[in-house]
Each structure stands twice: as structure tokens, then as C-alpha cells.
Design a protein around this ligand. Structure first.
Ligand code: H79
Length: 471
């Protein structure tokens, strides 16, 4: 019989990890008993991701993955010396900002108002449950005192280990801590290729660069207890499929409960961000960028989207509205994905007040409606521009973004009936069960909110319903 957990337990280095591990072994026992005693019940499928074709036994850690999927909403942060210029991190090197100037910015990077607890409080107020910070972007700057480079925070005027402060603030406030790490490095002399220039860099040595990369990743795991490794920049020719699988295995051998995105390997396709062949390529989840992923319950995914139009901070940036961000979150969770919403803090170390206001607005909405977001799965109704749905136990949460709807008609499979409908933060709502249809009469005087959520109790487990299209 095939059980849920196929991965072996390795030594864990964090308290968080051992909590997860204790949880995992309890779940394993319960599932094993369940699998033996109730043959009609489907045995939960192992998560689809893992170490790629070279490591077929190395599967995504189910407990970590499920915990992370339940979080649904995280904070992405792109930050570094380039915030002094307000141009894009990585990409503006050698474009808007001459290389020599870009590479000297760290000498005057001095974010005196940086306060990790404040950042993480903002994430909490926004209703975010995890946090991913750029440990190193394509520009090669390391935001922690790394043993393996001098191009790091230690050699800026900042006399603090800001990454450690972020890790500890996350631990203190109960937020899962993760790191974004670019595989490519246009600053490192051993990294072979440079953007737009296919010629190998003279004297470069990818073997040495890989050693550097692996060593830095180990620092993030051992010294900073990162729980998520969010790779990027794997698309350049210098990085191979073999390298991707090797790096995945290297990490999982150090600690088996870390989540690793699919950009560790070459299976990541375009900005839609999913992996072509999950058996072939390494990675635990897909990463659509600046777009909402399509409905997918089979391969976990997370959309990363900026609050403005740049990843790093930019002066006078036009931000998305609270309504647009809430709708983005709804459509994402409705498609069974997570949302990693990006902010770019300022060179003085603060998250810009207008970004904080936006996040707080989203948090206000989640205070009332979070029940329909956290711990849910997407569906059964496929997201549209007007509505999206999530489900949990015997409840369907219908997120309605169009306040003009007076009556909502939903398809229902034969025999499935609603037994109660209410509005989150409000009263019960009247409805009719018809032949393969549920008709809901939308209440008058809806709350003034970016969207409202109808909580529909049905006479079976909602997650068992096949996905259905709605108009
Ligand atoms: O870290 C964030 C981006 O910096 C990074 N991925 C997210 C998470 C990323 N790296 N590369 N890309 C995204 C693709 C970038 C494409 C573009 Fe451009 C950058 C389009 C516009 C700016 C470079 C400049 C390519 C075309 C013009």
C-alpha cells in the first residue's frame, strides 16, 4: 500500500521544522490507520512535485506543502541598495544605472529606520502568513553577512544583520520565513553569462560559481533557518536541468521540510509559471509571475504580483487599489493558488506609508472574510471576473466581486443541496434548491466592501465536487 509520506526524516535545524515534523509523524500514523480501516475512502495522493527524474524517491514534503497552501497569502519583499536609485532591482544594472554606479551603491546603503518587527507587523495586519525576502537578486548583492562574498550587508554602513532580524521577527510573530535567491548573478566573476551577452565571461568558472551558490544556500538554511527557497534566474544557458536537480537534492538532504519553487530547475515555462513535466523537473510548486495562475488543483502554485509596477521601491509609484488586490487574492485562491504580494521598502528601511495603507485595507477585508481564504481549496466553481469560489469541509465560499448581482444561479450536481446560506460578517441569506441548481437572492444593503462572501453549507464535502463553470 502506498502511504502519504514517502520522504525520510532528516535532522531538523529549527524549532519550526521540528514542530512540522512532529505534526507530520502524527498525520502519518493517522493516515496509515485511516488507509487501512476505511477502504472506501480515497488515500490522499502524494504531492506531485519533488526532485525531478534523477531523484524519483525525493518527493515534496506533504506536511510543509499543506501548511503553506493553507496560508494562501504571503509578503514578498524586494529590497537592496538599488532602492537608493528607485529603479528596478537587477534589471536596471547597466541599463538605467551604469554598472560601476550600480555596483557602488552598497557603500552608501544605510537604512537607519529599518525595523524588522514593524515590517512583519505590517504583514500580519495585511493578513499575510508568510514572508519571502530577496537574500540575493540578479545584481549579486547579499543582504546578510555572507562568509563567501564581500559584496554583502556587512560592507555597507549598516552595522546590523538585517536578515537575522527579519528571521527573528518572523519567528516571534508567527510568520513563516523564506528567502528569494537568484541563481544567476551578473556581478560574480565566476558566473558565466551576462544579460544580453551570450559570450562566456573571461576567466569565469561555472563550477566555482556553483560551489559559491550552494555554500550561500547552505548559509541561508543553517544560519537563517529559511523555510522557503524561492529561486529565480534559472533560465540562462549557464544553468542546466542537471544543476537544478542537484541543487534541489542538496537542499532536501540538508533539511527535508523546506519548500523549493519550480525555478530551481528548467521546467518553469514563461510567465504562466507552471512546470511542463513534473516527473522530469525538480520543484515543489509553480510560480506564475505578474499574473493569476489558471485553476489547478493538481500542481500547487503561487502567483507573485507587485503592489505597483516595479519589484523594488520606486518614487511616486502608482499602486493598485485595495479592491484590485482583494480581487487578485480572490481569483488566485479561487484557482487553488497562493498569492505572494510584493512590496518594495524604501532606502531608509521603511515600507512606504501608502503601501502600508494598501496592505492594511486588504487586512481589513480579510478580518471579515478570511474564513473563506485560509485553509480552503479553490473551486468548485471556476473563477470569473465577477465571482470565485473556495471550499472547506461542507462549505462553499462564493466570493462575489460584482455588487450589481441581484440573484445568483449556481449549477449543482444531482443530489447536492444547500442547507444554509449566509454572508460572512452578516446574516443568513434566502435561497432555493432547484433541479441541479441553487438560486441565491442577494441581500439588499450589502456591506461597503471590495467583495462579499456567501458561505454555502451543502449536504456533502465541498472539495469532492468536480470543478464547474459558472457565468
Ligand atoms: O524578482 C522579480 C523579477 O525581478 C524577476 N522575477 C520576479 C520575481 C525577474 N527576472 N527576470 N524577469 C523577471 C523577467 C523580466 C523581464 C523584464 Fe525586462 C524586465 C521585462 C521588463 C523588465 C528586461 C528588460 C527584459 C526586458 C526588458
Amino acid at each position: 500500500m502506498k502511504f502519504f509520506f514517502t520522504e525520510t526524516s532528516k535532522s531538523r535545524v529549527t524549532r519550526h521544522a521540528s514542530r512540522l515534523s512532529r505534526h507530520a509523524s502524527r498525520v502519518t500514523i493517522i493516515l496509515a490507520i485511516a488507509a487501512c480501516s476505511t477502504l472506501q475512502q480515497p488515500v490522499p495522493k502524494a504531492p506531485p512535485g519533488g526532485g525531478g527524474e534523477l531523484n524519483p524517491q525525493l518527493r515534496t514534503n506533504s506536511a510543509s506543502l499543506q501548511a503553506w497552501q493553507g496560508m494562501r497569502f504571503g509578503m514578498f519583499v524586494h529590497w537592496g541598495p538599488i532602492s537608493l536609485k528607485g529603479t528596478e532591482i537587477g534589471w536596471s544594472r547597466g541599463r538605467e544605472v551604469p554598472i560601476s554606479e550600480y555596483d557602488s551603491l552598497y557603500l552608501r546603503f544605510n537604512p537607519e529606520l529599518f525595523n524588522a518587527d514593524e515590517w512583519i507587523s505590517v504583514a500580519k495586519e495585511a493578513g499575510m502568513k508568510y514572508f519571502v525576502i530577496t537574500s540575493k537578486h540578479h545584481d549579486g548583492f547579499s543582504i546578510w553577512p555572507s562568509k563567501y562574498t564581500d559584496y554583502d550587508i556587512e560592507n555597507t554602513p549598516v552595522k546590523r544583520d538585517v536578515l537575522k532580524e527579519m528571521e527573528l521577527a518572523c519567528e516571534k510573530q508567527g510568520i513563516l520565513f523564506g528567502t528569494y535567491h537568484s541563481i544567476l548573478d551578473w556581478h560574480h566573476p565566476d558566473y558565466t553569462t551576462r544579460y544580453r551577452d551570450p559570450r562566456p565571461v573571461e576567466g569565469s568558472d561555472m563550477k566555482k560559481y556553483k560551489e559559491f551558490l550552494f555554500n550561500q544556500v547552505k548559509e541561508l538554511i543553517v544560519d537563517y533557518h529559511t523555510n522557503i527557497l524561492w529561486f529565480d534566474g534559472q533560465w540562462e544557458a549557464s544553468w542546466t536541468h542537471q544543476d537544478g536537480m542537484e541543487l534541489y537534492k542538496y537542499i532536501r538532504d540538508l533539511r527535508d521540510d523546506i519548500l523549493i519553487n519550480n525555478r530551481v530547475d528548467k521546467g518553469f515555462k514563461g510567465m504562466a509559471g507552471m512546470t511542463d513535466s513534473i516527473a522530469k523537473y525538480a520543484g515543489d510548486y509553480g510560480t506564475p509571475e505578474q499574473q493569476i495562475g489558471g485553476f489547478n488543483r493538481d500542481y500547487p502554485w503561487e502567483s507573485c504580483i507587485t503592489v505597483g509596477d516595479q519589484w523594488a521601491w520606486k518614487n511616486v509609484e502608482k499602486l493598485k487599489s485595495v479592491k484590485v488586490v482583494v480581487e487578485t487574492l480572490i481569483k488566485t485562491v479561487g484557482g487553488d493558488g497562493n498569492l505572494l504580494l510584493n512590496v518594495g521598502p524604501m532606502p531608509d528601511g521603511r515600507i512606504e506609508p501608502q503601501q502600508v495603507d494598501l496592505l492594511r485595507g486588504v487586512g481589513e477585508w480579510l478580518k471579515v472574510n478570511g474564513e473563506g481564504v485560509y485553509g480552503t481549496r479553490g473551486g468548485p466553481f471556476l473563477p470569473t471576473d465577477r465571482m470565485a469560489s473556495t471550499c472547506k469541509e461542507q462549505f462553499i465560499y462564493l466570493h462575489v466581486m460584482d455588487p450589481s448581482l441581484k440573484e445568483i444561479v449556481l449549477p449543482m450536481p444531482q443530489g447536492v443541496k444547500a442547507t444554509r446560506v449566509s454572508i460572512l460578517g452578516g446574516k443568513t441569506v434566502s435561497y432555493d434548491n432547484r433541479e441541479r441548481q441553487l438560486v441565491i437572492r442577494v441581500p439588499q444593503n450589502l456591506p461597503d466592501s471590495p467583495a462579499y462572501v456567501l458561505k454555502i453549507r451543502i449536504n456533502r464535502k465541498a472539495v469532492e465536487l468536480e470543478p464547474m463553470e459558472i457565468k
